[in-house]
Write a protein that binds this ligand. Structure first.
Ligand code: KG4
Ligand code: ZN
Length: 338
């Protein structure tokens, strides 16, 4: 019998609903919340209200696109955390109600674990290459930056993480300093393509496999402050090079730990995941590194890099197979760890 999982993601500012059947994604609807652009960042109160408006239409479209009805769903998987509490509550409440009404199991999913498991989403007419275990995953998103040893679908160990800002935050905060729209990561990526990494910023000194990005942000801020005193048009005149330099610095910090972790663990299966893994410079650099270090690399499809419910549904699929269900008394956790 087929296993059909309805995935619901509402941890931040994207309302997403997906249907995954036997590991194959049938639909993956993402409703972006444009309203936050006007504020230069996500406004939690507005995000949870927008989730409430978006969730029913997103479920409806996801089921229609999958060619299924609610009676075909075997279980509902939802994001338990980490994320914004008000946003998580909307997805959690919806998932609970749906599971209760349909009399089907409920599965709580860790958002970070789900970002990593995108590498197991299968699609029709695709090669569906997945990493063998164990593999090393560089998880880079707006809220997290982690190096994870993935031993099995549901057995992961974090060996390094950021001590302050996440890589995505470094992109977004520096973009804001330059007056670029939110989220700034994709804009920096875009302008970098026509720029050269001619400016240098301070590099963090961190032990083990941990990361730090707050020093880079401060160094970038002071650099611009000094240059703008001499030339108020410095940003406009150097935007491409500024973006390329910043992107180069962020990627250098990331790759250094990844290379060391691969040497230390002896693991040559390397994956990247999370919103920042959409970054063109990072994707190119990982390919270059794979040749230098003889890595087997796994780079997710662009649509599975940023927040999406297909990743929640595929994690739900593996949790279903492992018999990991939850009760109706479960409550979302803003700071959930794994
Ligand atoms: O994984 P995600 O969608 O949400 C979180 O779980 O945080 O990641 C969002 C982050 C944002 O910081 C955004 O600027 C960054 O991913 N991002 C990028 C790119 N696309 C999204 N950063 C750099 N280059 C990109 N192309
Ligand atoms: Zn995410």
């Amino acid at each position: 019998m087929s296993l059909v999982i309805l995935g619901v993601e509402s941890s931040c500012d994207d309302t997403s609903v997906a249907v995954v059947k036997d590991g194959y994604v049938l639909s993956n609807i993402i409703s972006n919340q444009e309203i936050h652009k006007a504020y230069g960042g996500v406004v939690p109160e507005l995000a949870s209200r927008a989730h409430q408006q978006n969730i029913i239409p997103a479920v409806d479209t996801a089921l229609k696109e999958a060619g299924l009805s609610k009676n075909n769903i075997s279980a509902v998987a939802f994001t338990l955390g980490p994320g914004l509490l008000g946003s998580l509550l909307v997805g959690t409440s919806f998932a609970k109600g749906f599971a209760l009404a349909a009399g089907i199991p409920l599965i709580a999913v860790n958002h970070l674990q789900a970002h990593i498991l995108v590498h197991f989403i299968k699609e029709e007419k695709s090669e569906n290459l997945s990493p063998d275990f164990p593999f090393l995953c560089l998880l880079v998103s707006g809220g997290h930056t982690q190096l994870v040893i993935v031993r099995d679908y549901l057995n992961m160990e974090i060996i390094g993480q950021t001590l302050d800002d996440a890589a995505g935050e470094a992109f977004d905060k520096c973009a804001k300093i330059m007056g670029l729209p939110y989220p700034g990561g994709p804009w920096i990526d875009k302008y970098s393509k026509d720029g050269k990494a001619v400016f240098k910023f301070s590099k963090p000194v961190v032990n083990g496999f941990d990361f730090s990005f707050s020093g880079l942000k401060t160094s970038f801020l002071y650099f611009l402050r000094d240059r703008l005193k001499e030339n108020p048009a410095f940003i406009e005149q150097n935007l491409n090079d500024l973006c390329a330099s910043l992107q180069y610095s962020i990627i250098s910090i990331l790759e250094e730990n990844l290379i060391r972790a691969s040497h230390y663990t002896g693991i040559n299966n390397i994956a990247i995941a999370g919103g920042v893994s959409a970054n063109n410079g990072l994707r190119i650099r990982i390919k270059e590194l794979s040749e230098i270090h003889h890595w087997k690399i796994f780079i997710p499809e662009l649509r599975f890099t940023t927040d999406n419910a297909a990743m929640i549904a595929i994690t739900g699929y593996y949790k279903y197979l492992a018999g990991q269900f939850c009760g109706q008394d479960i409550a979302p956790l803003a700071r959930l760890k794994f």
